[in-house]
Design a protein around this ligand. Structure first.
Ligand code: ATP
Ligand code: MG
Length: 613
């Protein structure tokens, strides 16, 4: 399945070069504007509200152990137990503070969700737009499955990065500071110092181990991309796999990719467990040390039982976000890796670009000129050389020649999927490189060699040629393309689903959909790349008639293997190995008795059709 326009997938998905810290920072910075969305005062208000709620939640958090301590101290036996109201009130306040803390956290997430989701949507749109903006070469060199996985992971990363940085990292620092200050004021600096030491030790350990795990994660991602790409590619080629009974081969290929992933994932889990154990040890050691200090204080009468409870409660409470901090840091790092990969796609320069200040194509109906055009897909192999020809306005030029001669390549150059390596292509005197791609492509209608359809209805696929067309226009186009009778006879008519890539249609039906689309598009220039090759002779003759009518007043470039379809061309170019070896009208070329005459004779051997048309 190689269409000259289809986005196919080949070649190994190149391992992305590891990103530098600077790249990641640049990627992260690009998220900034999403936190303060331009022209969205409501979203901005939500950001502010969410920040206030973060602060509120932390205040509640700090109050909880203090209330607990007061309750414990109030319950301690000191004679007048009649005042039961005091401890009860404190316990109630304690409960209220807990609810306040949890509630503000949840409300914060709720308030902030629209900001995050808007950012995800914007980034998704930008990425898809960018991917469509990239050149055909980029897409031919990538596995589509790999690209869409990078996109998926990148988008979840946006969610993580926006939510986590704002609501976890910064607030944890705030909480640690508050708690240390309180411990310092209530007891002595030793408590604050011990608390800070535990936290610094914990953070340092976490960061060090996580740092090492990042490269592992990147490797896992690469293997994940590869496995995804292999699976997608094998499913896309479902039929080919069956033709060659290659199911085992495909599964084995997938297994190889998955095996590597399995190994990495196991290693990843092992280091994760190690990390968790280390974190637990550090935290518990800190907790025990601080509680021992408090126990000594209570024994010496310097501290109350309430203080002992307070210290324990604060430590446990810090433990929670710290535990989260580990997870947060890990997912931050991972998300940075994922996001950076997607960001790199966003930064990829398109090979074919509009020149700054490029204007629209002024005269789409003008003469098409190929001037000494040379082209190669890759430097080592020349595909076209010294190709020169003209298609005067409203005329029809045909390209014929052996397979692989470069016929479709000439069409791709005219459509500017690629730029000529040497020489130039002009329309109405304007170099294609000087006009906008959009205006150029709007002027050209293409019926490609292999038509790939969207997995939608027939109607959708035909109307794709001009989405604002009325139903009558769509039906009329189908009629002209000799498709209407077939569609009308279908149980679901125009609402029939065509299947993935249009595989539920026959080759000829797909070709006719492609023709109908182009009829609907009404371009000034037409390119038919073996537009009727999949049709039987009778249908072909009918369509040729329509195409001929369609071509009246249009400048057209027709590629054909079946020479009988191009006998009426104003000029026929015979291409061989990227060079024009013969040119002239049908009659002229036959008189010349060269390559073309030979091809004609071979195609009509055994038919009673006269050699001279
Ligand atoms: N994206 C690509 N990268 C590298 N080489 C390519 C690429 N596309 C096509 N080619 C090569 O360029 C040559 C010309 O291809 P092209 O599709 O123009 O042939 P064609 O004349 O249309 O053949 P056919 O009649 O079989 O459709 C072929 O040898 C092909 O292998
Ligand atoms: Mg071709």
């Amino acid at each position: 399945m190689r269409s000259w326009a289809s986005v196919a997938m080949r070649d190994a998905p190149g391992a992305p070069a590891p990103a530098s810290g600077a790249d990641q920072l640049k990627a992260l910075r690009s998220l900034g504007p999403h936190l303060w969305p331009k022209g969205e005062p409501l979203l901005k208000a939500r950001v502010v509200a969410a920040l206030c709620l973060v602060f509120l939640a932390k205040l509640f958090n700090v109050a909880i152990p203090l209330l607990l301590k007061r309750a414990v101290d109030a319950l301690a036996p000191h004679g007048h137990m009649a005042l039961i109201a005091a401890p009860l009130g404190l316990v109630a306040a304690y409960g209220a503070a807990r609810i306040g803390s949890q509630g503000s956290g949840e409300i914060r997430d709720m308030v902030f969700a629209p900001v995050v989701q808007r950012a995800v949507r914007r980034t998704a749109i930008e990425t898809l737009d960018r991917l469509h903006g990239l050149s055909l070469r980029f897409h031919l060199e990538r596995y589509t499955g790999g690209v869409s996985r990078i996109m998926d992971r990148g988008l979840s990363a946006v969610e993580v990065l926006l939510g986590l940085t704002l609501f976890n990292v910064a607030p944890i620092l705030l909480e640690v500071t508050l708690v240390s200050a309180i411990l310092w004021r209530l007891f002595n600096p030793a408590f604050a110092a011990a608390t800070i030491a535990v936290i610094v030790g914990y953070a340092a350990f976490t960061f060090a181990v996580t740092q090492r795990r990042v490269s592992m994660r990147r490797e896992m991602n690469r293997q994940d991309n590869l496995a995804g790409a292999v699976a997608t590619d094998s499913l896309i080629n479902y039929e080919t796999v069956k033709y060659f009974g290659a199911e085992h081969h495909e599964v084995a290929r997938y297994d190889a990719a998955k095996r590597d992933y399995e190994r990495s994932a196991v290693k990843n889990q092992a280091t994760l467990s190690g990390l968790n154990i280390g974190q637990g040890l550090i935290m518990t050691a800190g907790l025990v040390a601080v509680m021992m200090m408090a126990a000594v204080g209570v024994a010496h009468g310097r501290m109350t039982v309430g203080d002992f409870v307070l210290v324990n409660a604060y430590m446990l409470q810090l433990y929670q976000p710290l535990n989260v901090l580990g997870v947060v840091y890990r997912s931050l790092k991972q998300s940075l890796v994922d996001y950076e990969q997607m960001h790199r796609l966003l930064r990829t320069e398109a090979e074919v670009q509009d020149r700054p200040g490029a204007g629209p194509l002024v005269d789409p109906g003008g003469e098409i000129v190929f001037e000494d055009v040379g082209f190669s897909y890759e430097p080592r192999r020349s595909i076209l050389s010294g190709v020169s020809f003209r298609v005067p306005p409203g005329r029809k030029v045909a390209l014929v020649g052996t397979s692989g001669a470069g016929k479709s390549t000439i069409a791709r150059l005219l459509f500017r999927f690629y730029d000529a390596t040497s020489g130039k292509v002009t329309i109405g005197g304007e170099d294609l490189r000087d006009v906008t791609q959009a205006s150029l492509r709007a002027a050209i209608g293409v019926v490609p060699q292999d038509t790939v359809l969207f997995n939608d209805t027939l109607y959708y696929n035909i109307a794709y040629g001009r989405p604002d067309a009325t139903r009558e226009e769509v039906v009329e186009a189908a009629r002209l393309a000799h498709l209407h009778d077939f569609v009308a006879a279908l149980p679901d008519g125009y609402e029939t689903m065509v299947g993935e890539r249009g595989l539920k249609l026959s080759g000829g039906e797909k070709q006719r959909v492609a023709i109908a689309r182009v009829i609907l598009k009404r371009p000034r220039i037409l390119i038919f790349d073996e537009a009727t090759s999949a049709l039987d002779t009778k249908t072909e003759q009918g369509i040729q008639e329509s195409l001929r009518e369609l071509a009246i007043g249009h400048t057209s470039l027709v590629i054909a293997h079946r020479l009988s379809t191009v006998t009426d061309a104003d000029e026929i170019l015979v291409l061989e190995q990227g060079r024009i070896i013969e040119r002239g009208t049908h009659a002229g070329l036959l008189r010349k008795d060269g390559v073309y005459a030979g091809m004609w004779a071979r195609q009509h051997r055994g038919t009673e059709e006269p050699v001279e048309a």
